[in-house]
Design a binder for this molecule. Structure first.
Ligand code: FDP
Length: 407
């Protein structure tokens, strides 16, 4: 039960206490030292994305090929393709599990009921199994130091298993994911999805066993969890009429569709851009009477057609974030789960729902905000922290932000 804690120095910068982290530069592998300020996270480096603007039915660009090009264009991301390949495999496996669940007895609650995750939510069989599938798929890439998931109580260390590692073992990344988002819908065959985000791992915070952690050890792990501005990549898989894999590495958003004939994700949506305005909103409207006045008033105007665009909005809400965000990215609109009197911080989780989806939304030209601040800039203090969110078409989200500033 040992946890190697090499982060020991705390320094005060601009009144904030920040850990002095020692990280390895990806190319030289020699240790370099920098200060990480919790107030102003460093801007994401500019990345190059391959230019593939054609979609082809027979000889399309596979996700594997795309990621090889990404690594060639961005040598610092050389290890990302093997991690993506793990996620891709997990998505294919989960897609199959979800599709066949009505026949294989995988519907319903885990352990016949009573299996509760750390957030007090009852787990479905598929929640537990998909979490396992992802953990295994990521562990075997050998690129992962720590991962945090909706279905894990604390971030878990991924032990190095030399025999299972296909490439150099570097523990280079931290992955956060929600294995089966929207799982309350899954038994009714409604779209669900997997959301993931990838950060660089502080290699000095190594955990040998995640049980019996002291408070300091826990802090070390939580320190590996960073604001969305530090994301290296994020994306989701949508299990619906098709299985989609939509991702960003910080230079645009790319969508791939699973071609079941060849078992590959093939580029189908190069460089997705969300329309700047639209007339669709997507909220659980039953909570509307409990929302903050600026939120409620803006949506009331949209209903009546008296908002900034003068258009009368229509409502589309699946109640499954990945499905709702996918439609919003493609058709435009506003998706959100605002705070209400009951849920002061809304419902969605910052680390593995809010931040990864906000990164995608911004990369597609949209906005994502709590109404008062940019979701990507929020520094997490807890793994399962919730965040109120409004994301989507730039002009429409800006209307909400302006309503909050006026209030
Ligand atoms: P679920 O509980 O089914 O996993 O955050 C989880 C989530 O679904 C989102 O996917 C979805 O947008 C939201 O909760 C739905 O919540 P409501 O049922 O309260 O509308």
């Amino acid at each position: 039960m040992k946890l190697l804690l090499l982060i020991s120095t705390l320094v005060a910068v601009n009144g904030y206490i920040t850990p002095l982290l020692s990280v390895r530069s990806p190319t030289s592998r020699s240790p370099t030292t920098f200060l990480r300020s919790t107030a102003t996270p460093p801007a994401s480096p500019t990345r190059k994305a391959p230019i593939f603007d054609e979609v082809c039915e027979t000889t399309g660009v596979t996700l594997t090929r795309f990621m090889i090009e990404v690594a060639m264009l961005n040598p610092e991301l050389a290890e990302l393709p093997s991690l993506f390949s793990g996620i891709e495999t997990a998505c294919k496996a989960i897609s199959n599990m979800v599709k066949r669940s009505q026949l294989t007895g995988l519907t319903g609650l885990a352990d016949g009921g009573g299996s509760i995750n750390v957030q007090g939510e009852e787990q479905k069989q598929l929640d537990v199994m998909t979490n396992d599938v992802l953990k295994r798929a990521l562990r075997f890439t050998g690129k992962l130091g720590v991962l945090a998931s909706e279905e894990e109580d604390t971030p878990v260390d991924v032990p190095s298993r030399k025999t299972d590692v296909m490439f150099d073992e570097t523990s280079k990344y931290v992955a956060v994911f929600d294995p089966l988002d929207g799982s309350s819908n899954v038994d009714a065959g409604i779209p669900t999805g997997t959301i993931f985000g990838i950060f660089e791992h502080d290699e000095e915070c190594v955990v040998e066993d995640s049980k019996d952690m002291t408070e300091d050890e826990m802090k070390c792990l939580v320190n590996t969890l960073k604001p969305g501005t530090d994301l290296i990549a994020s994306g989701y898989c949508l299990y619906s009429s098709s299985c989609f894999f939509v991702m960003t590495i910080g230079n645009g958003v790319y969508g791939f569709t699973l071609d079941e004939n060849i078992g590959e994700f093939v580029l189908s949506h190069p460089n997705i851009k969300i329309p700047a305005t639209s007339k669709i909103y997507s909220f659980n409207e039953a909570n509307m009477p409990q929302w903050d006045p600026p939120m409620r008033e803006t949506v009331e105007k949209w209903r009546l057609g008296t908002g900034r665009s003068g258009k009368q909005f229509s409502s589309r809400y699946i109640g499954s974030m990945v499905g709702d965000v996918h439609r919003t990215l493609l058709y435009g609109g506003v998706f959100g789960y605002p705070s209400d009197k009951k849920n002061k911080n809304g419902k969605l989780r910052l680390l593995y729902e809010g931040a990864p989806m906000s990164y995608l939304m911004e990369q597609a030209g949209g906005l994502s905000s709590t109404g008062k601040e940019r979701v990507l800039e929020i520094v997490p203090t807890e793994v399962h922290q919730r965040v109120p969110m409004v994301m989507g078409s730039k002009d429409d989200v800006q209307e909400v932000i302006d309503a909050y500033s006026k209030a």
